[in-house]
Design a protein around this ligand. Structure first.
Ligand code: GLN
Length: 523
């Protein structure tokens, strides 16, 4: 029997449709894989085999009666813990929400359930999605399946690692400054940040509301597109939701994968994303991908986005400002944890003690920074200036897209670094977001797909494509076009080349103590 966890979501859907497998078998295979490897990888914060198997059995029953809910009915899905769920805890990687149960499902979760997808569990993440390595999770880090001494990227390292380690065929993530795309780059997987407002944020625990966007993580472009088709579209619960009618992204990916689809495509290469900050292997694979595009008939031109050099600085004012406001609701009264103080204490003392104990250092750092940036005397100098930079970046993109169809950049400057390496250097961590942040500031879609392995360290790297707002389908088509050429070279998705880590024993110093066990099995 072939290992069901090695198949893509599209392949599993086809096997379910032709009756060669069942959702229970597929789900059990993934639960077994999680049981076998997640002690090492720690991609999941919560799994609940009984719930997953019940959903799988219900899917099989629907199919037996001739009424599958969608093409993906019965395919398992991992869910980033930033998305609230009624049947599993939602912590956003924070101690302050430990064990918290949401009274409602995020819209994307509702839509996944309505399509018959089988939730496998909730994935690990940097606390409140702040970080680029998943080391800021209050529940211990996730490890990179390519090298378990290294980080899986962040904040959605759990979703990316789950997919890369064959614990799930695909997963949901959220991207405020790169948290879907950068982990994809780091783990050799695919990650898509949709156009702002095109996928509902309802039930996504807010980090920075003007930047947050939910999207898919997978091993192939088609799988990301299939999941995007399920979760996307207007939602009346989200006030920034776009009312557009969207084309089928799966259709775009399928036609993009056909020979000849790249002919005449105009690709702008952003000149700012080169030079010293970028690791040699990242640039080597990036240039090779551009050569492949050119050989397939695309026209490659240089494009300058002069204002992106200020993107990281602007983002790290806007994000903390919005986060400081969004996180004010964790006040020890309405959600989650409440610290106890000898003698009771005043409301303010309890609130302060709860936040002191419940928030980690990165979250505290950003709340303080954001509150400062928004304070009366400094508002114009910091927050106001950052918003002006945001406008300049949007204009740069408008100008660029007047002459090219898509832009291409390396997704991030380096390959996966060692656990702990940048933990005490927040600025080094922030610098990892240099190529992903501009898309969030401008609200445009971006996708990262693997472009190969960096020769110097054997670790995966990604290429990012950006398109104008609402042109998500274009990204799926272009990404699928390049992916088809790369897969022909590799003999399949890059993840198949990852070394087997099953027997890898993590070093004691980096091994984390996590509450995972206590929430398993539906506690
Ligand atoms: N690394 C970025 C940050 O720390 C990205 C966060 C995100 O996209 N959620 O803010």
């Amino acid at each position: 029997m072939t290992d069901l966890t090695r198949h893509t979501a599209a392949e599993l859907a086809a096997q379910l449709a032709d009756g060669t497998t069942t959702s229970v078998a597929v789900t059990q295979a993934h639960l077994d894989r999680i049981a076998a490897v997640d002690g090492t990888i720690h991609a999941f914060l919560h799994v609940n085999p009984e719930l997953s198997l019940a959903a799988a059995a219900a899917s099989d029953a629907r199919r037996a009666s001739g009424k599958p809910l969608s093409d993906l009915d019965g395919v398992p899905l991992a869910i980033k813990d930033v998305l609230v769920t009624t049947d599993m805890p939602s912590t956003s990687g924070s101690k302050i929400l430990e064990g918290w149960m949401s009274p409602y499902d995020a819209t994307v979760v509702t839509r996944a359930r309505e399509a018959g997808l089988v939730p496998l569990g909730k994935t690990n993440m940097d606390e409140f999605a702040m970080g680029s390595s998943t080391e800021h999770s209050a529940y211990g880090p996730t490890r990179n399946p390519w090298d378990t001494d290294r980080i899986p990227g962040g904040s959605g390292g759990g979703s990316a690692a789950a997919v890369a380690a064959f614990e799930a065929p695909f997963a949901l993530g959220s991207d405020t400054g790169g948290s879907i795309r950068q982990p994809a780059h780091i783990t050799g997987t695919v990650g898509m940040k949709p156009t702002y407002g095109s996928v509902s944020r309802y039930g996504a625990i807010a980090l920075a509301s003007s930047l947050d966007q939910v999207g898919p993580c997978s091993r192939t472009v088609l799988d990301a597109a299939l999941l995007h088709d399920v979760i996307g579209g207007y939602d009346r619960h989200d006030s920034t939701s776009l009312k557009d009618a969207w084309p089928s992204f799966a259709e775009a990916a399928r036609s993009g994968a056909q020979p000849g689809s790249l002919k005449g495509l105009k690709v702008g290469v952003v000149s700012q994303y080169a030079g010293e900050a970028f690791q040699t292997g990242v640039m080597t694979r990036f240039r090779e991908s551009l050569e492949m595009l050119a050989a397939a008939g695309a026209e490659i031109v240089d494009v300058s986005l002069p204002s992106v050099e200020h993107a990281v600085a602007a983002y790290y004012l806007i994000l903390p400002a919005e986060a400081s406001s969004n996180l004010a609701k964790f006040d020890s009264v309405r959600f989650g944890m409440r610290a106890t103080i000898a003698g009771g204490g005043t409301v303010e003392q309890v609130m302060s003690a709860t936040r002191e104990a419940g928030f980690g250092p990165e979250v505290k750092r950003r709340i303080i920074l954001g509150t400062y940036a928004l304070s009366a005397g400094y508002y114009d100098a910091y927050y106001g200036s950052a918003q002006k930079v945001r406008t300049l970046i949007q204009r740069d993109f408008d100008q660029a897209f007047a002459s090219v169809d898509v832009l291409a950049t390396p997704t991030a400057p380096t390959t996966a670094w060692k656990l702990g390496e940048k933990l005490d250097d927040p600025l080094a961590m922030y610098a990892q977001d240099i190529a992903t942040i501009p898309a969030n500031l401008a609200g445009i879609p971006g996708i990262s797909i693997p472009s190969g392995i960096a020769p110097e360290d054997g670790l995966p790297v990604g290429i990012q494509f950006l398109a104008p707002a609402r042109h998500d389908a274009k990204l799926y088509s272009v990404a699928a076009g390049l992916e088809a050429l790369l897969h022909a070279q590799w003999g399949g998705p890059l993840t198949s080349q990852a070394p087997d880590f099953d027997t890898a024993v993590p070093t004691q110093s980096a091994r984390s103590v996590s509450p995972t066990q206590s929430t398993r099995g539906g506690a």
